[in-house]
Design a protein. Structure first.
Length: 401
């Protein structure tokens, strides 16, 4: 699946940041846009404070480059290898919560097919720190579930260094840790849990203070906060930008939340999985609000952070969905009914119109990526599931009568 993503990034006529070719970059039309990648690396080394305080990914790339690997190749190698490792960790996490081999493999495949992973290096997704962040968060979550406190503290602290947005998952982890408690008294065990949860934040704050002092920069928090507070207006300043923001929200979260939602409401979902989904919903509410208010919503990867908590459940969710329709091809049984087939054509046409006229890119060119195509496929898949449900209800009604 990592190879598929890599192939898409270099497939003509698509134009990712890895193979970008225009009047400003890679004017010779080389396969790899070395000049743009070099510019991106330098910008993260010496750009604004927000990038400089996340040095871990850059250090990894510099370490690979130090052994003789050209910087553009080091950038790609780190990104795609780390995404591959994250997929393996999703598989292992799925197995640890009761998935069989097929369910765990499905979870891993769906992780790699998530648009923010599959198209990680297309504008305006612009992934950089996310592969390493995902790896560290998955290690931290696995360590916490296994009771390995020191491993959790180290991995989560490193995840914060990789990208400080990891902090938004802490309330969800706290919920998972404390939801079994029936009282609110601060027992010795609860104090220990709170200390374990707080330790990575303390370590990160100490690192940040020492590191920024070492590189001769202040936090710049006040100025950054002021600039970020203007981003909500940028995300919704007119119909086009509002449509783009909401479309990227759907692109990043639509299908996983659809599958997880239907799974958790079904009879096959155990209580432990429901608890995991509730934890994800906490992160989803917090993260989505932060992304819409204080970041550029078109950078769709930012919406996907809460999914780290439920990627391992996607195999269970997919299997439950397919069982609901008696297999994948059972999804299309509704086409035997002319009324539902006509409705599908009508609703499908609306999906195409919404994709063409509401999902207007402010960064990137629609013909040079597959965002709109995946947007439509996701929406049409959900529509097929709904129409298949109607067919199933009608069939059961006829049988009972």
């Amino acid at each position: 699946m990592t190879a598929l993503s890599l192939a898409i990034h270099f497939a003509p006529p698509l134009n990712s940041t890895l193979s970008m070719s225009n009047e400003d970059w890679n004017t010779g039309g080389d396969l790899v846009s070395s000049d743009y990648i070099a510019h991106m690396l330098e910008f993260h080394r010496s750009g604004d404070t927000a990038f400089i305080r996340r040095p871990l990914t850059t250090w990894c790339m510099d370490g690979v480059a130090a052994i003789g690997v050209p910087s553009p190749l080091a950038f790609m190698l780190c990104g795609f290898v780390l995404f591959m490792v994250a997929g393996v960790l999703v598989y292992r996490a799925a197995r640890s919560i009761g998935a069989d081999q097929r369910q765990a493999t499905t979870a891993q495949v769906l992780f790699h097919l998530a648009p923010t992973v599959l198209f990680a290096y297309f504008a305006p997704i612009y992934s950089y720190d996310e592969p390493l962040q995902y790896v560290l968060l998955l290690i931290a979550l696995a360590s916490f579930a296994a009771g390995r406190s020191w491993a959790f503290i180290l991995a989560f602290a490193l995840a914060l260094v990789a990208r400080e947005s990891s902090l938004l998952l802490l309330p969800s982890i706290a919920y998972l840790a404390l939801s079994g408690e029936r009282t609110f008294s601060l027992t010795k065990a609860r104090w220990r849990t709170l200390l374990v949860l707080g330790a990575p934040v303390v370590l990160y704050a100490a690192f940040l203070a020492l590191y920024l002092d070492h590189v001769g920069m202040d936090h710049g928090a006040e100025a950054e906060m002021g600039s970020r507070m203007s981003l909500f207006d940028e995300n919704f300043k007119n119909g086009d930008t509002a449509g783009e923001s909401l479309s990227f929200l759907f692109l990043a979260l639509g299908l996983p939340l659809f599958l997880i939602g239907r799974y958790v409401l079904g009879p096959a979902c155990p209580a432990s999985h429901k608890q995991q989904v509730r934890a994800m919903l906490i992160a989803l509410l917090v993260n989505t609000a932060v992304v819409l208010v204080a970041t550029k919503a078109r950078e769709a990867r930012l919406f996907a952070l809460p999914l780290v908590l439920v990627f391992p459940l996607l195999g269970h969710a997919w299997q439950a969905e397919m069982a609901r329709h008696q297999g994948f091809f059972g999804l299309f049984r509704f086409l035997r009914r002319w009324d539902l087939a006509m409705f599908f054509l009508f609703a499908g046409s609306l999906v195409v119109l919404v994709s063409d006229h509401l999902f207007v890119l402010s960064d990137g060119v629609a013909s040079e990526n597959l965002f709109h195509e995946v947007f439509m496929v996701q929406a049409l898949f959900m529509l097929c599931c709904w129409l298949s449900d109607i067919t199933q209800r009608g069939h059961h009604g006829n049988v009972s009568s």
